[in-house]
Design a protein around this ligand. Structure first.
Ligand code: ATP
Ligand code: MG
Length: 260
């Protein structure tokens, strides 16, 4: 047993985000405060364009909020320059994308090794970490395959190995099962659940799929710039009755964990 640090892994305080296209203002997040404690597995749902990917980009320091502060793993991202952010990201974050984003000209091994090239590890140490990550995702026997020689589910598992090879505290996943068939999706979700339960990774997963969201401890529904705690039963009822369940909200009040 290890005790959890008191500070949440992700802390948003009064974050707003707006984009401008020509003169048109596009509000995305409106004065949002949110805590994600260490060890939590959170699903983020919400309609297309509601800002789910924007949220992940802000947490990754790939984009900056218009106002407010974002603290991830104890670091106020607003205090870091772009080059400091690049380094910080490589040490603290793993990112998983819907379309895997593997380099087609590199083998599974070389793809997973990429984030380690930013570190001071020796070639031999890098190989040890890569092999461990590929073993965790069950692909040590595909190490020397190229992405085109892998199934979609295997490609995503390589991408997950790449995301965990630096042993980050936080995994950000943007529709990680969005491109997979049902069987491969379950494998990827099992893996994420294992990384959370066994390896203590904090996970924020954007998804449109209630079956994926069901695997999380908590579901946040993002709409009109705000988060609400969502209820999986209500979402699934909405689906089975043919409605757009994902848009349906829980009648419950937002939980206290959505910080005020
Ligand atoms: N770099 C940008 N410049 C201008 N507008 C942007 C930019 N990035 C996102 N937006 C706008 O911000 C809004 C939120 O986009 P975002 O990609 O976060 O939505 P999403 O919830 O991830 O949607 P989806 O479910 O379709 O992936 C959209 O209206 C989008 O057009
Ligand atoms: Mg998106």
């Amino acid at each position: 047993m290890h005790s959890l640090p008191a500070q949440p892994v992700v802390q948003l305080r009064h974050v707003s985000k707006e984009y401008y296209r020509d003169k048109l203002r596009i509000p995305v997040l409106a004065d949002t405060s949110l805590d994600i404690p260490a060890g939590e597995f959170v699903a983020v749902m919400g309609p297309s364009g509601s800002g789910k990917s924007t949220l992940l980009n802000l947490c990754a320091g790939l984009d900056r909020p218009t106002t407010g502060t974002i603290v991830v793993a104890g670091q106020d991202l607003g205090e870091l320059s772009e080059s400091q952010l690049t380094r910080w990201r490589s040490e603290h974050l793993g990112f998983i994308f819907q379309l895997y984003n593997l380099m087609p000209v590199l083998t599974a091994f070389e793809n997973v090794e990429l984030p380690l090239l930013l570190t001071n590890l020796s070639r031999r140490e890098r190989a040890r970490h890569v092999e461990t990550a590929l073993r965790i995702v069950g692909l040590e026997d595909r190490m020397h395959h190229y992405p085109r020689q892998l199934s979609g589910g295997q490609e995503q598992r390589v991408a997950i190995a790449r995301a965990i090879v630096t042993d980050p505290v936080l995994l950000l996943a943007d529709e990680p099962t969005g491109n997979l068939d049902a069987v491969a999706a379950v494998e990827v979700l099992d893996l994420l659940a294992q990384l959370n339960a066994e390896f203590g990774k904090t996970i924020v997963m954007v998804t449109h799929d209630p079956r994926a969201a069901r695997r999380a401890h908590r579901i946040l529904h993002l709409e009109k710039g705000r988060f609400e705690e969502a209820d999986i039963e209500a979402i699934e009822r909405g689906r089975s009755s043919g409605g757009d369940g994902e848009r349906r909200r829980s009648p419950r009040a937002p939980s206290a964990e959505i910080a005020g």
